[in-house]
Structure formats: structure tokens, C-alpha cells
Design a protein around this ligand. Sequence first.
Ligand code: PGA
Ligand code: ZN
Length: 395
Amino acid sequence: MTTIEAVKLRRILDSRGNATVEADLWTATGYGRAAAPSGASTGTHEAKVRPVEEAIRDAEERLIPDLVGRDAADQAGFDRAIRDNDGTPDLSKVGANVAVALSLANARAAADAYGQELFRYLGGCFAAETPFPLGNVIGGGAHALNATDIQEFLVVPTGAPSAADGVFANAAVHRKVRDLLVSMGKGSGKGDEGAWAPAIDDLSAFEVVHQAVTAVSDEVGFSIGMGIDVAASELWNDGAYRYRDASRSPEDQVAYIAELMDRYNLIYVEDPLQEEDFEGFADLTSLVGDRCLVCGDDLFVTNPERITSGIELGSSNCVLIKPNQIGTLTDTWEAIELSHTHGMDTVMSHRSGETTDTTIAHLATAFGCIFLKTGAVGGERIAKLNELIRIEEQL
Ligand code: PGA
Ligand code: ZN
């Protein structure tokens, strides 16, 4: 029933118009499909993506014959087969894009063979709650030209009675932000993830989002928190964080972020320091970790070894999880388990280049992530948000 009978890889479009990998996988009674996303502000230590066409050609020749005939219900074995076939620590031979599409499609096919939704198959009876949606409403950095230095200004509806209410609250904040920007004469287009990309400085962006959050929170009657993804590795150059109007040493950066946190009541800060600064992360976490989630994205790249270093040094209290950063579902699960065992929260995340694949909504629910970070609007973002609404209905 769960023996893999056929696997098909193809080249499809992502939301930036680039090629990415989609996998279809069949067992006698199950079928699964998944696609690889891709980043723009990628971490140095991420698993390596290969050019789509050659990666597919090689996988058809050298990898897929190893996978056909395996048991799809043995996810760890399936993922180990990919790793053994690859033989490198960063999946550079198979390509992380091929690996993650295959790994997730396999889980979907196994779930389908058992007649279960993916979140139920993976989470069992303990999958009882959906995460809160975490969405960006203004952004710049590597995701938009001539916009803010800080990559993402985020909102999370922490008081929402349901995930569905939260999804609509985030969309309302996104709309309110546009109205405020237009009234300032700063109306703009959107960046890669659907957030507004106005030509304003970071402090103005904080003010706009704060105003929007306050207005929408009053309307809907529940609290909405603010957060940021600094994506600080993108600002880090020659020993300092280079903002358009300032340069900050690592110590200044910690003080600056802590000040922003207090001024705007930030409940979530991602990558406040560059990807090698485990100690700087620890300094910030000891300052503000009692009232704010300090989250490592490029710092950890969903890699259990790097998360272990972070645990030893007290670098953060939260870990960003992107399955394609590490390459397989088993590794993703291990990263989450390790984080939760050590008292850290996890946030399941999209990439800036996405498809309409909805798998991360299932993973976030199955594995008990606190947030699902997947934008606020846009076809490839709402695919996941709407799936979260459907999942919630079944809990
Ligand atoms: P990326 O950015 O998908 O372009 O890497 C998202 C993030 O930094 O969280
Ligand atoms: Zn990030």
C-alpha cells in the first residue's frame, strides 16, 4: 500500500518567475506532490541548491531508482536514502531543491495512502492547535529595492480567538498600512513576499505599522503584536552593520535592537545580528529574552548542529524552521524536536521565492510551532494561510 511505485520531477515556476523543482510520488494507493521554495537572503550555511534542469536530470538517473520500491511510510529511511545517495553534508550533489521536494512529496503520499491529512499523519492525536500567522506588512532589504533597511516589519495576532481571525487581522493591517502610506504620499508597490516596499526609513516604518496595528486591534477587539526580521547578515559589511544613515558596531546593534524592542513593544525579532555571531545573539537574549522572542534564521539554518551551538551559548529562545535550508523532513523534525526539548519556540517559515505548495501549514501544526511565517497576502502566501484555516476547521 505504501510501497513507492513511481516518482516524477519537473521544473515549475516560482513566485519570482524563477525555475524550481516539483516532485510527484505514487504508491499503490497514495499520491503526494510538493515543491521547493527558494530564498534571496539565504544563509551561508544552508544546504545547497542546484540548477533545476541538471539537478532533475541527475536525480532521474542516479537517485530515483534508489527510491522506487522503498516504503513511503518509512520517512526516516527515505530521507536517509537521499543523504546516502548524496554523500555530502550540504546536499550539494543531489541539490537541496530536489531533496526537499522529494522528501515532502513522500510524506504526502504516505499520508494519502493512509487516508489522512498530512498534519494528522505527522502529528497524530497530539496535533491539536494551529500556530498563529506571522506576516510581513512592510519590507525592504534583499526583498525590494529602495525600501527599508530592516528586511521585514511583521505582525502577529497574539490575541486572536482563532487562526482564521488572525489571518484576516493580518490582512487588515496590511490594508491599513497601505492607506497610511498613501496618506503620507508614500504609496508603493510590493516586495517579493507581498509586503509594501515604500521609500521610507526604518523608524517611519515602525510608526506606520504601530499605527495600523493599533487601529486594527481596536476594530477586531484583540491584541496584535509587532515584530521584525532584521536579516542582519545583509547589513553586515567589514565589521559593522551598515544602515543607510548609520553604521553600528555589534555592541551598538545589540543596544539599538533592545531599544526598538522596548519602544515598539516588539514581541519577535529575527536575525538581529549576523549569521556567525552566536555571542551577540546571547547578549541580546539575556537582555530581552524574558519579554521577546529572539529568533535565529541565518544563524541556525534549521541545522541541528548549529542549533546545538546556540543552545550551549544561550544564543536565542526561538528557532526559525525552513525545511529547504536543511533539505529533508527528517532533519527538519530533528531541528524542531531539539529546539523544543531545550525550551525554545519554533517558527515554521516560507521563503521569499515560493509556490502554491501548502505543506508548511501542515508541518507547523503537526510539529507544534508557535507561529507560521508566511506573509499576509499574495497567491503563494494565501495558499498557505487558507490551508491553515482549513486545518483549524478539522481540529
Ligand atoms: P529569504 O528570506 O527566503 O529570501 O531567505 C526570508 C527570511 O530571511 O526570513
Ligand atoms: Zn529571516
